[in-house]
Design a protein around this ligand. Structure first.
Ligand SMILES: Nc1ncnc2c1ncn2[C@@H]1O[C@H](COP(=O)(O)OP(=O)(O)OP(=O)(O)O)[C@@H](O)[C@H]1O
Ligand SMILES: [Mg+2]
Length: 318
């Protein structure tokens, strides 16, 4: 693939044409800006960390059924994507109040939202990316109501996928910003996913693990981008396995019987069958997904379940 002319240079990335129709290269820069460009600086290694993190997250979202622009990682700092006709609207999803939202609603920082809160913003540097209502978007002709509905549904799906994804890596996904565009008439997720466009808090210590470290001069900015990438990368090599063990049909299950009797005497007369089993989770390292099932089955046969009296079901989540 050949890198051709620069199409666009933004604050965080350069977008280049390529010799392959419809494909572009995004080069991630170390430049950092905040507060509508009033604060500027560089963060060594940020371009590398963000390109690689975007690659991993977009591949994960693709696997989970989200249509994204992503094609592949080209180098440490470059990704190849489909070119999209971008909507001039950004969408944010917020699980916790932070920054401008905390101010606007008068909430204390880190107040949890009742449910994920969606907002639209105008992609306009001249106007300072103001927040838009659906009516504003309609008036400006930026997207149709149907397109907005779909964009919102995809953004909430991304939230549902990424909240547990980051939780498994010891990070709370407080909020994030997405950008969408059209390719062949279909809405695709574009742009990037990195600590530049989301808020991540260490789940144990509460430490800020995103661009707020730069915005607020908290120090250890480079280390933080590298640490987030490390967590995302490290976990990617593993496979998460769930095993559900339950008593075989027809086998006497004393615990189930006892619970059934107790439930009935508590007035839950509608209960007719209680099975008490166990739920086991484990992680595998260095095992191919197609081999994992076989290995875990062997673990169940030999140790984790009693195959004479118990059934088990294995879920391998890659
Ligand atoms: N698949 C894509 N096809 C075409 N353009 C894209 C695609 N993905 C992202 N973009 C656009 O490329 C640009 C990326 O540059 P960057 O993120 O540095 O911009 P920015 O400075 O944050 O924002 P602005 O767009 O306001 O300049 C953005 O304008 C973004 O909307
Ligand atoms: Mg950007």
């Amino acid at each position: 693939m050949e890198k051709k002319e620069l199409i666009y240079e933004g604050k965080a990335k350069k977008v280049f044409a390529t010799d392959e129709p419809g494909k572009v290269i995004h080069e991630f820069k170390d430049d950092a800006t905040a507060f509508d460009g009033r604060k500027r600086g560089t963060v060594a290694g940020k371009g590398r960390a963000n390109a690689q993190m975007s690659d991993i997250i977009f591949r994960y979202l693709d696997k989970k059924g989200v249509h994204t622009h992503h094609i592949k990682l080209l180098s440490e700092t470059e990704i190849v994507t489909w070119w999209l006709e971008m909507f001039k609207v950004e969408i944010t999803v917020r699980n916790y109040a932070a920054g401008s939202l905390a101010k606007r609603l008068g909430y204390a920082e880190r107040t949890q939202m009742r449910s994920p809160l969606v907002e639209f913003y105008y992609k306009s540097d001249e106007l300072g990316d103001p927040m838009l209502s659906r009516e504003h978007i309609h008036e400006l002709g930026l997207a149709t109501d149907e397109e907005l509905d779909e964009i919102k549904a995809i953004a909430l799906k991304v939230n549902d996928i990424l909240v547990p994804y980051f939780a498994a890596r010891g990070l709370t996904l407080a909020d994030f910003k997405l950008e969408f565009g059209l390719r062949e008439g279909r809405i695709h997720l574009g742009d990037e996913f990195s600590p530049d466009v989301c808020r991540l808090w260490d789940a144990e210590t509460g430490e800020i693990m995103d661009k707020d470290r730069f915005r607020q001069d908290l120090g250890r900015v480079e280390e933080t981008y590298a640490e987030v990438l490390r967590r995302v990368k490290e976990e990617e090599t593993g496979l998460r396995v769930s095993i559900y063990v339950s008593p075989k049909k027809g086998v006497l299950d004393p615990a189930g019987q006892a619970a059934l009797g107790a439930l009935k005497s508590l007035g839950f007369g509608e209960v007719s069958d209680v099975q008490i089993g166990k739920y086991i989770t484990l992680r595998l390292e260095g095992v191919e997904a197609d081999k994992a099932g076989e290995r875990v089955e062997e673990m169940c046969e030999r140790l984790l379940a009693n195959p004479i009296i118990e059934d088990y079901r294995i879920d391998v989540e890659d």
